[in-house]
Design a protein around this ligand. Structure first.
Ligand code: FES
Ligand SMILES: [Fe+2]
Length: 380
């Protein structure tokens, strides 16, 4: 009998306690039908992080991108508000802009010249006067729900979803608020096209088991504890001196962020905001890994980094920040290489089970979180 990808029995060993558990089977990383179900039950229903508001610093700044097959446009209006729209013309669907840039005063469709203002209102539609019952007021751009937390932009494609603050949970601001992210400046973003499944990349980012092997020349071994959030997040926390954002052989760093409290002042968080955003939060800066799944075997990775305004204003910022870039430019390609290599080993034709390591608790929680959504909740 062929394997039923959506039968809870297929995953009974993933549902076992960590010390007895198997990882998700290979088909979860390769099968189009499993990916399509993830899009429907996860990405179209949850809040998705897509960047920081300071990346769109001025009215007319914009970014267009694909998110799980949906063309998205982020845009700062003349009223300073950042909005999100489905990036297609209400005439016959052409994207209004591509890539990113600045200086937009209107949105002019490149196909038949319909024009929208920066709030999405259709201002003119040439040659439509004789179209019966056509009113420009009915054909504005379709908005996408957008909410921000301390400068981080999240989108939700489900108009019925609850607010972002409830999604992050009551303890999110308590745990992470003292970083004062609203005061940070995004200084760099890098994009990578990866030939791997989005889940494999999340799993890699959320276990320190691979660090001594994959990062043996770049990072020191990490001893982390797990912090389970009340909202849609789970973090690894590592206690240490100094910052985690430079290489193990480096010492010159920026001052610590003023006012850090509790665990924030004691080391580094590696935080997963479900479904697919990872924040590295250390004493002097933060960086993020943002995933845009494109198919079962394609993922766009965006790596951003942000520092406090006072740090960016230092005369030596441009020089010292190179040490931080060196760290990310070494460790992130190491993760990219191993995640893509791992993907090549996923063969649904040879369904041989693996086994999770005791040092991979968040991988286990994350695997079950995915199954809860894709299958509907089934008891662990
Ligand atoms: S598709 Fe935009 S004006 Fe025709
Ligand atoms: Fe890694």
């Amino acid at each position: 009998m062929p394997l039923d990808l959506f039968d809870p029995q297929t995953y009974s060993n993933v549902r076992r306690p960590l010390l007895e558990a198997e990882p998700l089977p290979a088909h979860c990383y390769t099968e189009r039908s499993f990916f399509d179900r993830e899009v429907q039950t996860i990405f179209l229903k949850h809040w998705n992080f897509v960047g920081r508001a300071d990346m769109l610093g001025k009215p007319g700044d914009y970014m267009a991108f694909d998110f799980v097959g949906i063309p998205v446009l982020l845009l700062r209006g003349r009223d300073e508000r950042v909005r999100a729209f489905y990036n297609f013309c209400r005439h016959r669907g052409t994207p209004l802009v591509t890539g990113e840039g600045s200086g937009l005063s209107t949105l002019l469709c490149p196909y038949h010249s319909w024009v929208y203002d920066l709030t999405g209102k259709l201002m003119s539609a040439p040659g439509m006067q004789a179209a019966k019952g056509f009113r420009t007021a009915d054909y504005g751009l379709r908005p996408i729900r957008l909410e921000t937390w301390q400068g981080f932009i999240f989108l939700n494609f489900d108009d019925k979803a609850g607010p972002l603050v409830d999604y992050l949970g009551v303890d999110f601001a308590e745990e992470f608020g003292s970083y004062n992210f609203a005061d940070m400046v995004t200084v760099r973003r890098k994009e990578f096209d990866l030939a791997c499944n989005w889940k494999a990349y999340v799993e890699n980012a959320m276990e320190a088991y691979h660090v001594p092997t994959v990062h043996h020349t770049s990072l020191i071994e990490q001893k982390c504890t797990v912090i389970a959030g009340k909202g849609h997040w789970i973090a690894l926390h590592e206690e240490h001196e100094g910052t985690e954002a430079i290489l193990s052989d480096d010492t010159t760093t920026f001052p610590h962020i003023a006012g850090l409290k509790g665990r924030a002042d004691m080391g580094t968080y590696f935080n997963l905001i479900y479904p697919s955003t990872m924040f590295g939060l250390t004493r002097d800066c933060m960086w993020w890994l943002e995933l845009h799944p494109r198919g079962p075997d394609r993922t766009r990775l965006i790596v951003g980094s942000a520092f406090p305004k006072s740090t960016v204003a230092r005369a030596d910022f441009a020089e010292i920040v190179q040490r931080y870039y060196r760290r990310w430019d070494k460790s992130i390609p190491e993760d990219n290489v191993i995640s893509q290599l791992q993907h090549q080993g996923f063969s649904p034709l040879v369904p041989v089970a693996g086994r999770l390591a005791p040092d991979e608790p968040v991988v286990h929680v994350f695997n079950n979180w995915v199954l809860d959504r894709v299958l509907g909740r089934t008891a662990a």
